[in-house]
Design a protein around this ligand. Sequence first.
Ligand code: BG6
Length: 487
Amino acid sequence: MKSIEQKALFIMFGGTGDLAQRKLYPALFNLYKRGYLKENFAVIGTARRPWTDDYYHEIIENAIDGLTDDTAQAKAFASHFYYQSHNVNDTSHYQTLKDLAEKLDAKYALEGNRIYYLAMSPRFFGTICDHLKSQGILTDHGYNRVIVEKPFGHDYASAKALNDEIAQTFPEHDVFRIDHYLGKEMVQNILSVRFANSMFNAMWNNRYISNIQITLSEALGVEERAGYYETAGALRDMVQNHILQIVTLLTMNAPVSYSAEDIAREKINALKSLKVYSPKEVKENFVRGQYGASKDQIAYRDEDQVAKDSLTETFVAGKLEVNNMDFAGVPIYIRTGKRMKTKATRIDVVFKQMPTVVFDDKLKHDVLTINIDPNPGISMQLNMKKPGQGFEIETANIGYQLTDEQKAGVPEAYERLILNALRGETLNFARWDELSYSWKFLDAIREAWDAENLSDDAFPNYVCGTMGPKAADKLLAKDGNHWEYEG
Ligand code: BG6
């Protein structure tokens, strides 16, 4: 049997950071526990701080605290980690890094396989990639793959510049751009719902679907990330990446096979069919909001590092059009926001109503809900006969939910994506072409908004703990629709 063990050296840029400690080290540990990483791996953590290896090991052990009771196992895992203080602009530091990388390659028999993980500000990506190449850190006898964290650019122009810089060192198939939503179980399940079930496959088009609703609501506020969020806003933070990836998976045509190439081709076609709005259309089809205080929560403008007159949006709702043969005419409503009523990530596919022929009453729409978080599964709302005497129709729900045992076996998004990168599987990563279309769509909205000169008192326009501004409901009401999910 082929071993599942992967052999590689990870070089973590941003190795002291929050993301590394909260997500990446636990993900590596889970891969270790499941046997994907064993003896033949090592990690070099780099950042500016002058940490010792011992201190780094403590950090690693803390990061995985709670994932094991076995201290010997935790220590054995941490012993694979090495810390190298590093200034990304200083070429001499890359020489030290190179020496350490070669030493570890020999010590752990890593066969020249390297993963460079860029978990720091994108403004350094170009410099790092450039030095990795010029200072000879890339190996010639294994693979060299780069994993890039979001945000990938600020608009189309900056994303392109970033991509061009990375492309000087890494070819497209070695670039793994993280969108952690693509690592979620139920996001991956969208393709099986659509292409493994003749019933859904037959109905997945404008003849049967009335509209699609995508909700990514969060109950949390901006927490300690307000500095970043002020420059991003909900549109860049959630729509450009996670929401558009979901829209794409829902509206793409069937791929020729379940391969990264064939799927990417169809995803790109779906993005090409996404209508880029004029400023007038942006006004008609997009709503933005910002949360104000509630009894228990402070307003966005009162958060640390947020300007008192900030016009950054913490909520977006919109109506999208994907103009391919199957989806032309089907409104795709999206919404996302901070400090909403609940944390819920879900898709509601609303089917057309049956005509009132057999039954006089107006029947409810059938709705297929794909629940991504927090309770992964799918459910269907159907019209059924009310049990008992007489004949009345009522709505009934049938559902499939992952059991606790199944959920325990589902890898966390980062664990899944890092293993994909180790295996060279690009399917669950965003390609440059996908990003380029998504940024062009987004830029049109951002530019229209920027030209609007919103007055200071336009925000706040929704209260913490609600489902966003009223205008988000009106957006659907204009079409005779309503949000299926009310929080
Ligand atoms: C991130 C955003 O990409 O996704 C955050 O930057 C957001 O602002 C997060 O909170 C939501 O992810 P999840 O997996 O909790 O839905």
